[in-house]
Design a protein around this ligand. Structure first.
Ligand SMILES: [Ca+2]
Ligand SMILES: [Ca+2]
Length: 170
């Protein structure tokens, strides 16, 4: 049986329309859950994460995260660290520093103070080598930390709220 071309186009359009409507309904139903992070962000623990592969100084890395609506990551647990190491092993900046007072480390997840510490014990970190190490970087496959000069250049991971997600276009 030969169907008129116009009818075939009509049927295809109708099919696409139904398909799209179905997708949007699914999308609306999953707001804040399944698709909470737009690509290339990856969701973990209700937050969105992305890597900055370009090697930057610690403050540049912080600024880059801010520019894209996020913060430089400061891991709160070994579980979060394990996740981060899958994204970007083994060395990346974290938001911990002792810039204000030598030896008093401040770690911040956005505006929250973070109590978790994960210094590399084997190399006695933080060791403030040459009196000039005030920013923290992950240093091993298990994500232990080392203090390094803040102007050295490393990769970074940014962390954002899942509310970054605003519509159903991804
Ligand atoms: Ca220091
Ligand atoms: Ca060090």
């Amino acid at each position: 049986m030969m169907l008129p071309k116009r009818l075939i186009f009509g049927l295809i359009s109708l099919h696409l329309m139904i398909g799209c409507t179905g997708f949007n309904e699914m999308c609306k139903a999953s707001v804040g859950r399944r698709w909470a992070c737009p690509p290339p962000w990856i969701e973990w623990g209700g937050k969105c994460y992305t890597s900055i592969m370009e090697h930057l100084s610690w403050s540049e890395a912080k600024d880059e995260c801010t520019k894209i609506g996020s913060v430089l990551v400061a891991p709160r647990s070994q579980e979060e660290t394990d996740f981060l190491m899958q994204l970007l092993p083994p060395e990346f900046w974290i938001n911990c520093n002792d810039i204000v007072e030598e030896g008093t480390w401040k770690c911040q997840d956005g505006t929250d103070e973070v109590g978790f510490r994960n210094w590399d014990p084997v190399n006695s970190e933080p060791n403030n080598a040459r009196g000039n190490e005030n920013c923290a970087v992950t240093t091993s496959a298990v994500g232990e930390w080392n203090d390094m000069p803040c102007d050295w250049q490393r990769a970074a991971i940014c962390k954002a709220a899942t509310s970054l997600r605003q519509d159903c276009t991804f």
